[in-house]
Design a protein around this ligand. Structure first.
Ligand SMILES: *Cc1c(COP(=O)(O)O)cnc(C)c1O
Length: 365
């Protein structure tokens, strides 16, 4: 039998369903609206969306209009749901928004104005959300804009505001006073739009306590197994399991340099597995110092991450070419990988490339 020769990305849709249920329990009555931007954090928005719809999700968030169109096409007319586009409605996109039945989350007064013009021209009401900036300073109406809007409702003529949302800038740090400050800014602003449902929490916010949950929560990374506070959470399961085969095992003598550039100088006889994965698969090169794969029951520190090869120190573990090493999964946790690489679990997932073989576990529908 041929040995495995390439990396494998298993996307566990049953684990996804489990995490959706965990977040639902944690949200305690608030609607869980999964975030599927970036092709569902690189894991496949069609498969992820269909499975979450089957689990009960009826509202999704994407970033781009094109992502919304693709998700609507993948879900099809047999899976009705609300798809919110976080970019809102950039000028000239009304026809496409309407054609794909998307619900833009409007982010500025000019967007609101052009959405109202589009609604008037097309002769029917348009469902929209409003994004209010409560201190992240990234996207959304200023509180002043929001108050002005609430005082002149004619500016919203033809627009059915069904959602008012904001986004927390420091939700992964539960102790940060910024969370409470944003909450206190948001609460009176959402009350200006009493007919709309309110949403403040992404993954981190879901776990900050009941005050933060409002009507709708918008988790992304925790659905896919990343801890809400950038640390592993015991109730969440990994959805992306990335494994790659050992190609070769060698023992390197003291004084030798490993790989490019001579930055890794071997100090003592070191047994190393060469693994068939690298940054061309989307693994983050910066994770080479501090990161580890999992093999034969233990974490095995990386020595180098090249485009196609990873060298891992395996000590005296029994090993043979063709055996698989876990680079992401239940033991090699994405939060740990992210920490080693100086990034967030979101980036570890979204960078996974097309090179590895992809297998979906569990039903998509
Ligand atoms: C990405 C994003 C989310 C999801 O964030 P996670 O940290 O992945 O849970 C929610 N809301 C907005 C506005 C976002 O941009």
């Amino acid at each position: 039998m041929a040995l495995p020769s390439s990396a494998r990305l298993t996307i566990d849709l049953d684990a996804l369903a489990h995490n959706y249920a965990v977040l639902g329990a944690q949200a305690a009555g608030a609607e869980v609206a999964p975030v599927l931007k970036g092709d569902a954090y690189g894991l496949g928005a069609p498969q992820v969306g269909c499975r979450l719809w089957a689990e009960g999700a009826r509202r999704f968030f994407v970033a781009r209009l094109s992502e919304g169109e693709a998700l609507r096409a993948a879900l099809g007319p047999q899976r009705p749901c609300v798809i919110h586009v976080l970019d809102g409605m950039p000028a000239g996109t009304g026809e496409r928004i309407a054609a794909a039945d998307l619900t833009p989350v409007l982010t500025s007064l000019p967007q609101i104005e052009s959405a109202a013009v589009f609604a008037a021209q097309s002769g029917r009401d348009l469902n929209v959300g409003l994004h209010i900036d409560t201190g992240m300073n990234r996207q959304g109406l200023t509180p002043t804009d929001a108050r002005a809007l609430a005082q002149s409702p004619d500016r919203l003529r033809g627009l059915e505001v069904e959602l008012v949302m904001s986004h927390l800038g420091s939700a992964t740090e539960p102790q940060s006073p910024r969370n409470r400050a944003q909450l206190e800014t948001f609460a009176p602003l959402r009350a200006l739009f009493p007919g709309a449902r309110a949403s403040l929490a992404a993954s981190g916010g879901v776990f900050l306590g009941p005050d933060y949950r409002f009507d709708i929560v918008r988790p992304g990374v925790s659905l896919y197994g990343g801890g809400p506070f950038e640390r592993p959470h015991p109730d969440l399961k990994p959805v992306a399991i990335f494994e790659a085969p050992i190609l070769d095992i060698r023992t390197i003598a003291p004084g030798e340099m490993l790989g490019y550039g001579g930055s890794v100088v071997i100090q003592r006889p070191t047994r190393v597995a060469m693994v068939a994965a690298g940054y061309a698969d989307g693994l983050i090169r910066a994770g080479k110092s501090g990161g580890a794969g999992w093999f034969a029951g233990a974490a095995r520190p990386f020595l180098i991450i090249n485009m196609d090869l990873i060298a891992m120190e395996i000590g005296d573990a029994p090993a043979a070419p063709g055996q698989m090493v876990e680079l992401m999964g239940a033991n090699a946790l994405i939060d740990d990988l992210a920490e080693a690489a100086g990034t967030v679990a979101h980036e570890c997932l979204v960078r996974l490339s097309e090179r590895a073989e992809r297998i979906y576990l569990g039903e998509a529908v």
